[in-house]
Design a protein around this ligand. Structure first.
Ligand code: HC1
Ligand code: SF4
Length: 574
């Protein structure tokens, strides 16, 4: 330990502690902008590029950035001297001098770290008027929107993409005033190997990176009396949406969410969880077939479009390991425009399926050409949890006062196995519950597989099923996925089944969720809430979902059969 003094407060801190962390221990606030420390997922932005956290260190001529300066024995720091405060304000004013001032109509209005900081530092005018940079905006992917005019060069996106997700999409391009953080050769995002995981969006402090919004398109459909607009809601949004309305992370707002969708004008409010149960019966069947020698092991769960793009780019030699199951919300779209349309005599051409997702990559996924049924796209629009909250506000709904309402049926019924899809490890746990019972013919007493739960980047378990030791691997975050896939490719590790989710923590931390502003306790609260929801469900195994059983009986026929393959399965391309 070493002894230091900050603002006349004496304290002891471990070697290696930065001034910023030491100040936190003494309850002293130093403003920051580029800094972000998400140590739980190995993301620490160390660039110290914004110089907003400048402080005075006794005996040093220059001000020191608190986020990147380590304490030393006897150090004396002052965080709020006139010089430090002036320097901080100047840094922010310089940033603002090359930043659009369209806060009123900005996507990030109310959620922007630069805006918050300008208010915190009491900046009322920008003294340095001059040239402003303008760059080409990019919505080429239909998923991720880049507006480099709003980039403040903090490099958080670069750290997240390069170090956590290992996709290496961004770096500083050009020199001097023209410098911008962009893909190599300034390529449009759709022509890069970006997976659209949206993790860079989650950490961008401004609106330089956001999602491509489809809110206006969805309003248009809802106001069109010729259209039959139905909503499906992803597992992870129900424990995060409340945050947008002042509720706590992890508060379960399922009932209010359904009520809000009805009041927005959706004809039916259905649940992606129904389709998650369908996914499990299809995937468990495929797993058992592969255990019996029909296909390659391990089987890899295929719900996350972001890792699908990742494996297609990075591991084309492993394209026979993912399950051929479509992701649940794509299965839902196909079911809605066939089974549901036929059962209720609705013209599928008139049906508009809107998926409310925690995810940005789902916006890209629906455009893939394999997800079409005749001329019809399985899913028409994807909006994120944040966009959904925006629609609720636009409609003037007082969300917290809405009554709790139930989903419509038959595509609204689901089990506890489906809701845990939203957390890392949840898909494989749900699949195990069904596979165990189908292989053994026995009822599974304890349905909880604790080894595959939690936010750790990589988890493994061995599950005894009959006389087999089934080896399970779970990775979340694309960097962890890369290591796992490399080991599998090189024959260093063997698993019977693996689950990968691109976002650290799974969909609860998706790129379309309410911003966590660097507080991963929010993500933990969402995760715990999903497991609580599972526990509260009377049915916790997908194959027991009565609405799923009825659909196979009335329409699809055999699980894994010909019709199931036509509607519910897909393929991958190199
Ligand atoms: Fe899923 Fe997810 S991918 S869990 O399979 O992370 O169900 O489709 O909606 O929440 O986005 C399901 C699908 C889904 C969540 C997302
Ligand atoms: Fe990288 Fe994901 Fe952002 Fe694409 S969306 S640039 S893969 S962090």
């Amino acid at each position: 330990m070493i002894n230091i003094t900050i603002n006349d407060i004496k304290l002891q801190v471990p070697y290696g502690t930065t001034i910023l962390d030491a100040a936190k221990m003494a309850n002293i606030h130093i403003p920051t902008l580029c800094h972000l420390n998400l140590h739980d997922i190995n993301m620490v932005n160390r660039t110290a590029s914004c110089r907003v956290c400048l402080v005075e260190v006794e005996g040093r001529r220059n001000l020191a950035p608190a986020c990147a300066t380590e304490c030393f024995e006897g150090m004396v720091v002052k965080t709020n001297t006139e010089r430090a405060i002036r320097a901080r304000r100047t840094m922010v004013e310089l940033l603002l001098s090359d930043h659009p001032t369209d806060c009123l109509v900005c996507e990030k209005n109310g959620n922007c770290d630069l805006q918050r900081l300008a208010a915190e530092l009491g900046i009322r005018k920008i003294r340095y008027e001059g040239e402003k940079s303008t760059y080409t905006k990019d919505s080429s992917s239909g998923a991720l929107y880049r507006n480099p005019d709003k980039c403040i060069m903090c490099r958080r996106c670069e750290t997240m993409c390069n170090e956590v997700q290992t996709c290496g999409i961004y770096s500083a391009v050009d020199r001097g005033f023209e410098t911008v953080v962009a893909p190599a050769f300034n390529l449009p995002m759709i022509d890069t190997q970006c997976t659209f995981c949206g993790q860079c969006v989650s950490v961008c402090p401004t609106a330089a990176l956001t999602e491509v919004s489809y809110v206006d398109k969805v309003w248009e459909a809802l106001f069109d009396s010729e259209k039959y607009v139905i909503a499906q809601t992803a597992p992870a949004i129900r424990v995060a949406l409340g945050e947008e309305f002042g509720l706590n992370p992890g508060d379960n707002v399922t009932g209010k969410m359904v009520a809000a969708l009805r009041r927005l004008g959706f004809k039916k409010v259905f649940d992606t969880n129904f389709a998650a149960d369908v996914t499990i019966v299809e995937e468990a069947k495929e797993f058992i077939d592969r255990l019996n020698g029909k296909g390659r092991l391990p089987i890899l769960t295929s719900c996350c479009p972001s890792w699908v793009k990742f494996i297609e780019h990075q591991f084309p030699e492993l394209l026979d390991i993912p399950s051929t199951c479509k992701s649940p919300h794509m299965m839902f779209g196909a079911i809605a425009k066939t089974y549901f349309a036929e059962k209720f005599n609705i013209d599928p051409e008139k049906i508009v399926v809107v998926s409310i997702m925690p995810c940005i990559a789902k916006k890209y996924e629906i455009q893939r050409k394999e997800f079409k049924h005749g001329n019809l796209q399985d899913v028409d629009y994807v909006i994120t949890t944040r966009e959904f909250a925006r629609m609720i506000r636009e409609a003037g709904l007082d969300f917290t006062k809405l009554p709790d309402e139930d989903f419509d049926n038959p595509l609204g019924e689901s089990t506890g196995a489906a809701v845990i899809f939203g957390a890392t490890g949840g898909v494989i746990e749900a699949a195990l519950r069904t596979a165990y019972e189908w292989i053994t013919g026995e009822s599974l007493g304890n349905v909880e597989f604790n080894e595959v739960r939690g936010l750790k980047g990589f988890k493994e378990a061995t599950v005894k099923i009959k006389d087999m030791d089934i080896k399970i691997g779970v990775a979340n975050g694309l960097g962890n996925a890369r290591k796992l896939l490399e080991d599998i490719r090189d024959g260093k590790r063997f698993y019977h089944a693996i689950e990968i989710m691109a976002c650290p923590g799974g969909c609860i931390n998706g790129g379309g969720q309410p911003y966590h502003h660097g507080n991963l306790d929010i993500v933990k609260a969402r995760l715990e809430a999903l497991y609580k929801l599972d526990k509260s469900k009377p049915l916790r195994k997908s194959h027991e979902n009565p609405a799923v059983i009825q659909m196979y009986k009335e329409y699809i026929g055999e699980i894994g059969g010909e019709k199931a393959h036509k509607l519910l399965h897909t393929h991958y391309t190199k």
